[in-house]
Design a protein around this ligand. Structure first.
Ligand SMILES: N[C@@H](CCC(=O)N[C@@H](CS)C(=O)NCC(=O)O)C(=O)O
Length: 219
């Protein structure tokens, strides 16, 4: 992490303000927000829901996020903000985690979009069905198909990371936070990313950053 990132932890515009996260225990999308708060030195209260128990279908949850998904963040302004990438943007604003330059900011947006359109589902679905719900087998055709899509996304990331330390420039941004969770848990969906050595090195760099938060508190 750059010296600037370290200095800004104390000066974060949201430092000391109340932040509450609606999440589930193992949500990769919600993990992005917990990672961001850890890296940025922000305190976060969790309100943890259980999808299997139907918690996201209640009237109360509908007031948190009518789209009935986690994560959602209760901001100091008293607004519930949905969508992991929008929340990362909100948290990164005014810090080195979201660079100010027009081009760098657009490059961050590009990776956030890549994660949602080319990456997240291909990694999250096999993990959900094989590892969390145990309703699919590693070699089910649908799982193989997801992994074909995911391997293409991983190959692009690996090629990009061959020439740089982080996805945008030489310092970590919210783009790295967005791509970290599902890439790091790929094995739970039957992926073998070991040939992508630049991804492995990048994952290790992310884990080594001060304030790294594991998915499970006990992990
Ligand atoms: N585009 C959303 C996706 C959020 C998402 O898929 N959340 C999952 C948990 S990781 C969820 O709430 N699933 C419940 C459902 O869709 O019924 C984001 O980036 O926040």
């Amino acid at each position: 992490m750059s010296t600037l990132h370290q200095t800004t932890r104390a000066l974060h515009p949201l430092a000391g303000k109340p932040l509450e996260l609606a999440d589930t225990l193992r949500s990769g999308n919600a993990w992005k927000i917990r990672l961001a708060c850890g890296f940025m030195g922000l305190r976060l209260t969790r309100r943890t829901f259980d999808i299997v128990q139907g918690d996201l279908e209640t009237e109360a949850f509908g007031r948190i996020n009518p789209w009935r998904q986690v994560p959602a963040l209760l901001t100091p302004e008293g607004e519930w903000l949905a969508e992991s990438q929008a929340i990362l943007w909100y948290l990164g604003c005014g810090t080195p985690w979201l660079p100010e330059g027009r081009l760098e900011q657009a490059q961050v947006a590009s990776w956030l979009s890549f994660e949602q359109t080319q990456h997240m589902h291909a990694f999250a679905q096999p993990r959900l069905l094989i590892h969390l719900r145990e309703t699919a087998r590693v070699d089910d055709p649908a799982m193989v198909q997801w992994r074909e899509i995911g391997m293409r996304a991983a190959a692009w990331m690996n090629a990009h990371l061959a020439a740089r330390q982080f996805l945008v420039g030489e310092a970590p941004t919210i783009a790295d936070i967005a791509l970290y969770p599902y890439t790091s848990m790929a094995d739970q969906g039957g992926y073998d990313l070991s040939a992508f050595t630049h991804i492995s090195a990048w994952l290790a760099r992310m884990r080594a950053l001060p304030g790294f938060t594991p998915l499970l508190e006990t992990a």
